[in-house]
Design a protein around this ligand. Structure first.
Ligand SMILES: *[C@@H]1O[C@H](CO)[C@@H](O)[C@H](O)[C@H]1NC(C)=O
Ligand SMILES: *[C@@H]1O[C@H](CO)[C@@H](O)[C@H](O)[C@H]1NC(C)=O
Length: 148
C-alpha cells in the first residue's frame, strides 16, 4: 500500500482547495546596454544571435548600482518571438557582485540570482519575474520578486 506522509497530503489538499496568486514585490528597474550583435544565424532551434551586454544601470528600493558585463544568447523562433537567455552581473553601489540568470519568452522573463555577498544572500532564494523590451539605449526591464 502506498502511504503518503500526512504533511504531504495536507499540503496537497491546501494547494488544491485554496489556490491564491503569489504576492509580487518590486525589486528594481534596469537598463542594459549592448555591444554590437554577433550573428550566428539559422540553427536547428531558430535564429541565434549573441548580444554582448556591455553595461547599464539599475535602481530599486533595496539596492541600486550598475550593470557589469554579460551575454544574451537568445533565440528568435520562426514566428519572430525572441527568447532571451542571458547571464550578466549587477554591481551594487556598495560593491557587491550579483550574477543574474535570465530566461524567457519576450516580453516575459524569469530571473534567478547568485551572489557570495552576505548582505545580499537573500537574493539567492529569490525567483523574479521581469518584463520590458527595447528602449533608446538598449533594453529596459522592470523586475519583481515572486512570492515572499
Ligand atoms: C533607464 O533609462 C531611462 C530612459 O533613459 C531613464 O529614464 C531611467 O532613469 C533609466 N533607469 C535606470 C535604472 O538607469
Ligand atoms: C569592489 O570589489 C572588488 C572585488 O569584488 C574589488 O576588487 C574592488 O577593489 C572593490 N572596489 C571597491 C571600490 O571597494
Amino acid at each position: 500500500m502506498l502511504a503518503l506522509p500526512l504533511a504531504v497530503l495536507a499540503f496537497a489538499a491546501s494547494v488544491i482547495a485554496d489556490p491564491k496568486p503569489p504576492p509580487l514585490t518590486y525589486l528594481y528597474s534596469v537598463n542594459l546596454t549592448f555591444a554590437p550583435t554577433i550573428t550566428i544565424g539559422s540553427v536547428p532551434s531558430g535564429s541565434r544571435d549573441l548580444l554582448p551586454i556591455s553595461g547599464g544601470a539599475f535602481t530599486g528600493p533595496k539596492f541600486s548600482g550598475k550593470v557589469g558585463s554579460g551575454l544574451d544568447w537568445g533565440l528568435t523562433d520562426s514566428k519572430g518571438i525572441f527568447s532571451p537567455d542571458a547571464l550578466y552581473t549587477l554591481i551594487t553601489n556598495d560593491n557587491a557582485t550579483v550574477l543574474v540568470f535570465e530566461k524567457g519568452h519576450a516580453p516575459n522573463v524569469h530571473i534567478l540570482f547568485e551572489t557570495a555577498s552576505p548582505k545580499y544572500s537573500w537574493l539567492n532564494a529569490v525567483v523574479a519575474y521581469a518584463t520590458g523590451g527595447p528602449s533608446d539605449a538598449g533594453v529596459s526591464l522592470d523586475v519583481w520578486q515572486l512570492g515572499s
